[in-house]
Ligand binder design. Sequence first.
Ligand SMILES: *Cc1c(COP(=O)(O)O)cnc(C)c1O
Length: 406
Amino acid sequence: MATAPNVYDAEPIPAAARAEIDRLLQSGDLFRYTAPENAPVALLEREFADMMGSKYALAVSSCSAAIFLSLEALDLPHGANVLIPAFTFAAVPSAVVHANCQPVLVEVADNYRIDIADFEAKLPTAQAVIISHMRGHTSDMDAIMALCDAAGIPVIEDAAHSLGTTWHGRKIGTIAKIGCFSFQSYKLVNAGEGGILITDDADLVARAVIMSGAYEHNWAKHKAPDGQNDPELAQAFARWQNQLPLYNMRMQNLSAAVIRPQLPEVARRVRDGRANHDYVAEQLNTSPWLAVPPALAPEDRAPDSIQFNLVGFAHDDDARAFAAAAETHGVKVQVFGLSKDNARAYWNWHFIPGEMPELPQTRAMLMRACDVRLPARLGRDDLDYIASALIAAADEIRGETRAYGT
Ligand SMILES: *Cc1c(COP(=O)(O)O)cnc(C)c1O
């Protein structure tokens, strides 16, 4: 009998990282601002900006730090309302609270994307918007950008888990004013921890660079994408010198050494991840009890996991029994709203000031939406195993329920 695939192990880090890490350990040159130029972190920023077609990139300690610095760079008033989707990771409302702003949760539909009617209704109260492309699912960016541009409200894309996704062929993270990405181990590029923000706005990046910890004149080591001096950027740095707090959220050179050789792997990981996802989705959609929502038409996904809804599961206990049955088949399923203290269930975000809103649409989705890891390195046998186990688990539970006549 085939054995259940291990979906937790990451891919090995490309061997090219070893020589660079050895060199850094030999020299002890780990701080990004020690070398006069071309430190690994600076090279990563240039390569990442180049890959994304953005003017500027700033590498930091996490995507959460990138989101926090983006909000700080926007210079929002204390207590400003920031719209975020109610389906995201707890780090997102946390970054908003950290920036002394108030998260305002927007309803998310059962296709895991922002409910545009609720978004439009709440937008007049907002001074900024964060769009989390949660689990790589892209909300309707045409509608969102049209509404925000008309209202003059800045948008930050939380593309932590969306590296490689495109919308009308445009790279996710480059559509709004600022895009933020994660290099935490469960994302497409793995450095253990790390994040990066991209923007074309010299003033925003200058503010973010200084606040990330470019004290004194360390900002002078941030150059234009071609490595040259950039007068617009230099003027922005001069404007903000000594005007901003230093939060010290820098990336160190070892992280950059781990990330840089993975950038050429991104296209392959995206291609394999998408093929794996679509292969499993097609099988799951043959079950009357499981539904994988389709991507929106302009979206080309870059998934490393699969989400699907349980259909016709009237009771929470049936949904729990499905997860338990899948586990006995060797496949771990997380039903977002049913595992205790889940960090993606908005009702667990008690740190948000004020009263917790009731969001019936998002709640209903979270109670039936399942999450299964599907890393790009899996082969067809692994994928068949996972799809069969999930379909069998659903049949067992629904079959039983029908047998009992409920
Ligand atoms: C992982 C993730 C984050 C947080 O990223 P860190 O680098 O761990 O701070 C934020 N938003 C989304 C959608 C994520 O998936």
